[in-house]
Design a protein. Structure first.
Lengths: 143, 434
């Protein structure tokens, strides 16, 4: 059941989005990052898929990401996506057309609202960080 | 059950003061020693000119050498076996007792002190110590000098230089001082290309460089080393390097910087064993250290004990730094550096020791938990795994730095984790020498 403040957060997000507020980034052209579901609850596990939709290999670290929350005036970092879990500091390769899955826990204390993941370690093969729009997941709600 | 942490080797950490204690020895034992001085000597003496109450290991060594004149060094080999070097075929039992008494006082009693192995070498510590001060005075200003030490495993003076062409210069300086050539070991650590970065294809291959697998996964190169036989380096076998264990599976091929036939540098030959409950608290398994070992392919230019130098936060290589032979580790509060292909050189302090780091998710599986890691607050990023963590040379503490400390592997918020050398030795069971 949707709690009232969660309802208002989602409603406000939708309103801003429909009014042309800058809440959704430009569509990616290299890496598509999507959550398995559009809505999660506190304590759930979010399964995230990274898909290389470019023609070139990209390098990534599936653990290095921040969870961001829409805070009316913009997106703000809420937590390191892996929470208390450490992340290896290596880099893996994602070939053109390939997909890989990762997952993050949602703490039970997280406030309802609209969220997204911002990955910090997705680069091209020259180790150059991809533009931010290529490292953002879709938005999803936590109720 | 945690694997017992092996006592750190102490051979490099014992390289402390030279000429000042030669004075000390001269005064106490009538030794014929040089009387040159340098600014570095002053910090080891109080205003009274007497040794500080907190004695350096070098002063301890010198004192020990006075009581046991043939003493030439003491260390734990790669298998954890206590070894005492003596420059005599017939070791006096009183001398052994002196060393053992000192060891028990210095580091506390323990079962690992029960069966020392005696090893015959050519030069006593006191002899090398007399040679070392004048030699360092003669070569200290030479631009190709990378580092120097009395190595109590080799029982030789070890001089690291940046070009092989200058070895005759070093040996000539030693000869002019009457120092036997057999007392000297000269190592080569060539300078880096000045315009290269840690991401580039760079030769020789030293610590901190970008390394990659054929599939494209990447990490950073840690420390170069040797296979070990009986706790000693075995140069007759191909050299090896270390990186983080989660970077690859068994038999993985490695290139520097990217993988190609032309960039191929070696093959993974050893991974830290994984063990499970009840020996491990995690159902996914544990490792003593998150490390693997790669054997170099023939013909790859590399060198022992060298890490590329960059400015803090920079990837541009400005030179090399010797980080060899001083395996000790670091305690909470000490400042360490890490070099990696993503964030370059970063600096931070040790914030916690012996931290059990739980299993980490990785695409297609899970990295086992890593036992007794150390935590620090230096910076790192994806791709820095495997990078060397060390205490760099400190001019004000020239005899106990640099020190090899560990291999970087993970981050959690502002905390960074590395496997310390003691855990790495445990994981490798003495098969390699770093």
């Amino acid at each position: 059941m949707c709690r009232p403040h969660a309802f208002w957060a989602v409603a406000l997000f939708g309103t801003l989005a429909s009014c042309g507020g800058v809440v959704e980034p430009q569509a990616p052209s290299a890496v598509r990052i999507t959550t398995a579901k559009p809505t999660y609850g506190p304590g759930d596990t979010v399964v995230v898929t990274l898909e290389n939709i470019s023609q070139d290999r990209v390098l990534y670290n599936a653990c290095s990401a921040f969870l961001e929350r829409w805070q009316i005036l913009g997106w703000g970092e809420v937590m390191w996506a892996a929470g208390d879990q450490p992340c290896n500091d290596n880099v893996d390769a994602l070939e053109a057309g390939a997909t890989v899955g990762t997952w993050f826990p949602i703490p039970s204390t997280l406030a309802p609202g609209m969220y997204r993941y911002r990955f910090t370690g997705i680069t091209n093969t020259d180790a150059r960080l991809l533009p931010e729009r290529e490292r953002l997941s879709n938005t999803f709600s936590i109720q | 059950m945690r694997t017992t942490q092996r006592t750190p080797r102490v051979h490099g950490g014992m390289q402390l003061l030279s000429t000042v204690a030669c004075w000390f020895l001269a005064a106490c034992a009538g030794a014929d020693v040089p009387t040159t001085s340098s600014p570095a000597q002053a910090e080891f003496l109080g205003s009274s000119g007497r040794p500080s109450p907190v004695r350096s290991l070098r002063l301890e060594y010198r004192d020990l050498a006075r009581r046991a004149p043939d003493f030439a060094g003491v260390f734990f080999d790669s298998t954890g076996h206590l070894t005492i070097n003596f420059a005599s075929a017939n070791v006096d039992t009183l001398a052994v007792r002196e060393v053992m008494t000192w060891l028990e006082r210095y580091r506390g009693p323990g079962p690992d002190l029960s069966t020392p192995r005696l090893r015959r070498v050519d030069f006593a510590y006191s002899t090398l110590d007399q040679y070392y001060g004048p030699l360092l005075g003669a070569i200290a200003s030479m631009p190709f000098l990378t580092s120097s030490r009395i190595d109590d495993v080799r029982a030789q003076i070890v001089i690291t230089i940046s070009t092989t062409e200058e070895e005759p210069t070093i040996r000539g300086a030693a000869g002019a001082l009457g120092i036997p050539q057999a007392a000297l070991h000269v190592e080569h650590a060539p300078p880096a290309r000045s315009d290269a970065t840690l991401d580039d294809r760079v030769r020789p291959v030293y610590g901190g460089l970008r390394i990659a697998k054929p599939g494209g996964g990447e990490c950073s190169l840690g420390f170069n080393g040797y296979h070990a036989v009986g706790g000693q380096p075995d140069p007759s076998q191909p050299p090896v390097f270390m990186t983080a264990g989660h970077c690859a599976g068994p038999g993985a091929q490695w290139g520097q910087n990217t993988y190609s036939v032309a960039n191929h540098i070696g093959t993974t030959i050893h991974e830290a064993p994984v063990f499970f409950p009840p020996a491990c608290p995690y159902s996914q398994g544990c490792q003593d250290a998150d490390v693997l070992v790669v054997e170099y392919a023939s013909g790859v230019s590399q060198g022992y004990g060298v890490v590329y130098k960059t400015n803090l936060g920079s990837l541009t290589i400005t030179g090399t730094q010797g980080v060899s032979g001083d395996v000790y580790g670091a305690l909470t509060g000490e400042t360490v550096r890490k070099v990696g292909q993503t964030t370059g050189t970063t600096s931070g302090t040790i914030t916690a020791t012996c931290v059990d780091v739980p299993p980490r998710p990785e695409p297609g599986g899970t990295t086992p938990g890593t036992l007794c890691a150390q935590a620090a607050n230096y910076g790192s990023g994806s791709g820095d795994s495997g990078g060397p963590v060390f205490i760099p040379y400190n001019p004000s503490n020239p005899y106990s730095t640099p020190r090899t400390v560990g291999i970087h592997f993970a981050q959690q918020g502002s905390t960074r984790y590395f496997s310390p050398m003691s855990q790495i030795w445990a994981a490798q069971d003495g098969l390699f020498y770093w």
